[in-house]
Design a protein around this ligand. Structure first.
Ligand SMILES: CC(C)(COP(=O)(O)OP(=O)(O)OC[C@H]1O[C@@H](n2cnc3c(N)ncnc32)[C@H](O)[C@@H]1OP(=O)(O)O)[C@@H](O)C(=O)NCCC(=O)NCCS
Length: 213
């Protein structure tokens, strides 16, 4: 949670965002993109993290091959349900590599395999919940359950550490992400037809999801 935003980590997160987008992920852009396209938006988010209004949650793996193998073998990340009660820990690692509220030890960009942000509203009337955004898993690590673990860790942190009552998020229709968020316990609470224009003659609905904590 909120690791130091070193130049290396910032570059790594932007690089992942580029690769996720160019492989078809829906994280605010449409492919093809480069780092130059994404960096200004990323920098605004990183500034909000520095100012304390947003929380950056990263899932880290110290040894790419070892941990990917471990996850594939089913030895690693807990189910959504158990992770709600227990912050997930990267399998086969020591406490230096824990995904926890008090992340200790150096966090190099190389080790981050998934991340998201929790944004606080500017409105004082909306401080009992936060918005989850920029949810992404490194393309090399997708489909292994890490996205589910990341969402569970975010919910646990929001409830236990931030004392929040709910999380919300928005996504565009037609990507399949709806299914992912429903599996993470979110329910659809709203839909704005055609609010997102991803290309000529390709308007998507903006879907609003909500999770009571
Ligand atoms: C969406 C994302 C975060 C999910 O993370 P992940 O680690 O790949 O997902 P998991 O392995 O935890 O999958 C959990 C379940 O959701 C499903 N799922 C994941 N991504 C999905 C997608 N894009 N469409 C449909 N189902 C999806 C999985 O099939 C799995 O269901 P199953 O157990 O029935 O097979 C990840 O694929 C990603 O980063 N995608 C690109 C970025 C993006 O689009 N983010 C969403 C922004 S709104």
């Amino acid at each position: 949670m909120n690791p130091p935003l070193t130049e290396e980590l910032r570059a790594h997160l932007v690089d992942m965002w580029v690769r996720v987008t160019n492989e078809g992920g829906s994280v605010g852009f449409v492919p093809p993109v480069t780092g130059d396209d994404i960096r200004p938006t990323a920098d605004r988010s990183f500034d909000r993290v520095r100012q304390g209004s947003d929380v950056l949650i990263c899932l880290v793996a110290p040894d790419r091959e070892k941990n990917r193998e471990s996850v594939r073998n089913g030895a690693g990340f807990p189910s959504t349900e158990s992770a709600q009660n227990d912050i997930p820990v990267v399998p086969g690692t020591d406490s230096d590599n824990r995904l926890s509220t008090g992340l200790s030890g150096p966090l190099t960009g190389e080790r981050v395999v998934a991340w998201l942000l929790l944004a606080e509203s500017e409105s004082l009337l909306r401080r009992h919940w936060r918005t989850v955004y920029r949810v992404q898993v490194d393309p090399e690590w997708q489909g292994l359950g890490l996205g589910t673990s990341l969402m569970a860790a975010a919910a646990a942190y929001a409830k236990e550490a931030l004392g929040l009552e709910a999380l919300t998020l928005m996504t565009r229709s037609g990507t399949g992400a709806e299914r992912f968020y429903k599996r993470c316990g979110y329910r659809e609470v709203g839909r704005i037809p055609g609010a997102i224009r991803v290309g000529p003659n390709d308007d998507r609905d903006e879907l609003h999801f909500w999770l009571d904590l």
